[in-house]
Design a protein around this ligand. Structure first.
Ligand code: V47
Ligand code: SF4
Length: 391
C-alpha cells in the first residue's frame, strides 16, 4: 500500500525525541516495547497518534473498511458471576428479574432470518448454572440444521470455562466437542483487563487471564479463529492496557489465530461502578490508535458501534480502525442496559455503507473470517435500499 508522504515529515517535526523514535519504528515496521506503548498514551498527542495509526491502517488495508451482516442471540442474562461493571446480568437467586430464552425461542430467532443474507450468528450471554455443555452442543447442532450456511461465533471464554468445568471435561475436550457440533469461532468477550491488580477488583470471580488465554489458544490449535476485547476507561491505568495487549500480542505470535481486536468502552449506567466517570472522546480515540500501533500482529481493529455511537465509530476510522462490526440486530439488552448509545442496536446495509462512504472509505462486506463478500464502493445507496438481497 502507498504510504502517506506527509507522515515521515510529521515524525521529523515531532519535538519529543522519544515519540519521534517511536514514529520511526512504526515507519520501519518495528515492534514497540511495553514502555513505548505506555509512553504513547502518556505523551503522544491525539493528532500524532492518529496520524501514525492511520498510516498503519492504510498500509494494511488501504481504504477498505469492513462490515458484516450478522445477528446476536443472548440466551440469558442470568449469571453466576458478579462483575462490577456489568449492568446486564441478574444473579441466579434473582433470576425472576432476568430472562432465559428457551431452545425454541432461540431457534425461532434463527428461523426469522430465513431468506435474509446474514452470514453470522453471534451468541453471547450470562453464565446460567443450569445451561450446560450438552445443551449448547444441541443448540449449535440445531442452528446448523436450520441454517448450515451461517457461521456460528459463540461463547466467551468465561462461558466456556464454566461450561467445561461443570461438565468435568478439559478445555481441549470441550472445545473439540463444540467444534464437532458446528461452533466455528469465538467472540472476544470476557477479557476485560487481564492484569490481576484490576481484574481482582472488577471481576474477581470469573476466569483469570491465563484461563482466558488458554481457551483461545486451544481454539486456535483446533483451527478456529477468535477475537479479543479490552474493557477500557474505568479504573485501569495505561500500564494495565499495555500489559493486556502485550499478553494478546504474545499469544498471537504463537498461534496467529486472532482476527480482530475490539476495545470496549466502559459504560457506567446501572452497575456497581456507576460512580466511575466514563472516558471522553479524546481518550477513546487514543485507545484505538495505540491498539493499532501496539498490536502489530493483529490484522484488524474493530469499533463496536453500538457502544460508541455511530459518529464516534465513524471517527475511529481515522484512528486505526478498519472494521465497524455489523448489522447486529440485537433485540435484547446487553449493551443498552449499560448506557450504550443505541437502545436497540441495528443498522441495515445501506446505513452501514453510508457511514463508511461519508468518511471516504470503501465499504466491503466480509464474512466472519474476513473473506470479502461484496465491495459496495460503486453501488448506489438507492440501489442497496431497493434490493432486499443487498439490504
Ligand atoms: O466481556 C459488559 C462487555 C463484553 C459492560 O467478538 C461492557 O465480535 C462496556 O463479547 N460497559 C461482551 N462493556 C461482549 C462481547 C463482544 C461484543 C462485540 C463484539 C464481539 C466480537 C464480542 O461486554 C464483556 C464486557 O467486556 N461489557 N458490561 C459495560 N458496562
Ligand atoms: Fe456475567 Fe458476563 Fe456480566 Fe460478568 S460481564 S456478570 S460474566 S454476564
Amino acid at each position: 500500500m502507498q504510504e502517506d508522504a506527509a507522515l515521515p515529515e510529521l515524525i521529523r517535526l515531532e519535538k519529543n525525541k522519544e515519540l519521534q523514535q517511536i514514529g520511526n519504528k512504526i515507519l520501519h515496521q518495528e515492534r514497540l516495547t511495553p514502555r513505548e506503548g505506555v509512553l504513547l498514551y502518556e505523551q503522544g498527542s491525539l493528532s500524532y497518534l492518529g496520524a501514525l495509526a492511520n498510516g498503519v491502517r492504510e498500509r494494511l488495508h488501504g481504504d477498505t473498511t469492513y462490515f458484516n451482516r450478522n445477528f446476536h442471540i443472548e440466551p440469558t442474562n442470568v449469571c453466576v458471576f458478579s462483575c462490577k461493571f456489568c449492568s446486564y446480568s441478574r444473579l441466579y437467586a434473582h433470576r425472576e428479574e432476568g430472562w432465559e430464552l428457551s431452545m425454541d425461542q432461540m431457534l425461532d430467532i434463527v428461523r426469522s432470518y430465513e431468506g435474509k443474507p446474514v452470514t453470522e450468528v453471534h451468541i453471547v450471554g450470562g453464565v446460567h448454572p443450569k445451561l450446560n455443555l450438552p445443551y449448547f452442543i444441541e443448540l449449535i447442532g440445531k442452528i446448523r440444521e436450520i441454517r448450515p450456511d451461517l457461521h456460528i461465533k459463540g461463547f466467551t471464554a468465561v462461558e466456556l470455562d464454566y461450561m467445561f468445568r461443570k461438565a468435568k471435561v478439559t478445555v481441549e475436550e470441550g472445545m473439540q466437542l463444540l467444534k464437532q457440533a458446528g461452533l466455528q469461532s469465538l467472540p472476544g468477550g470476557g477479557a476485560e483487563i487481564f492484569h490481576p491488580e484490576v481484574r481482582e477488583i472488577i471481576c474477581h470471580d470469573k476466569v483469570d487471564a491465563e484461563g482466558w488465554l488458554r481457551i483461545h489458544e486451544t481454539a486456535h490449535g483446533l483451527g478456529m479463529h477468535s477475537n479479543a476485547t479490552m474493557l477500557y476507561g474505568h479504573i485501569e491505568q495505561y500500564r494495565h492496557r499495555i500489559d493486556h495487549m502485550e499478553r494478546l500480542r504474545q499469544l498471537q505470535d504463537k498461534t496467529g489465530g486472532f482476527n480482530t481486536f475490539i476495545p470496549l468502552k466502559f459504560r457506567n449506567k446501572n452497575n456497581d461502578m456507576s460512580h466511575v466517570k466514563e472516558s471522553g472522546i479524546i481518550e477513546d480515540m487514543k485507545v484505538y490508535a495505540v491498539a493499532r500501533l501496539y498490536l502489530d500482529n493483529f490484522p484488524h481493529v474493530k469499533a463496536y458501534w453500538p457502544m460508541l455511537g455511530r459518529q464516534k465509530a465513524q471517527l475511529t476510522l481515522s484512528f486505526g480502525v478498519n472494521d465497524i462490526d455489523g448489522t447486529i440486530d440485537d433485540s435484547t439488552k446487553i449493551y443498552s442496559m449499560a448506557g450504550s448509545e443505541e437502545q436497540r442496536p441495528t443498522m441495515n446495509t445501506a446505513q452501514l455503507v453510508t457511514l463508511i462512504k461519508q468518511v471516504k472509505r470503501k465499504p466491503v462486506e466480509r464474512d466472519t473470517l474476513y473473506n470479502p463478500i461484496r465491495d459496495y464502493t460503486d453501488i448506489d445507496i438507492r440501489e442497496i435500499e431497493l434490493n432486499p438481497l443487498l439490504n
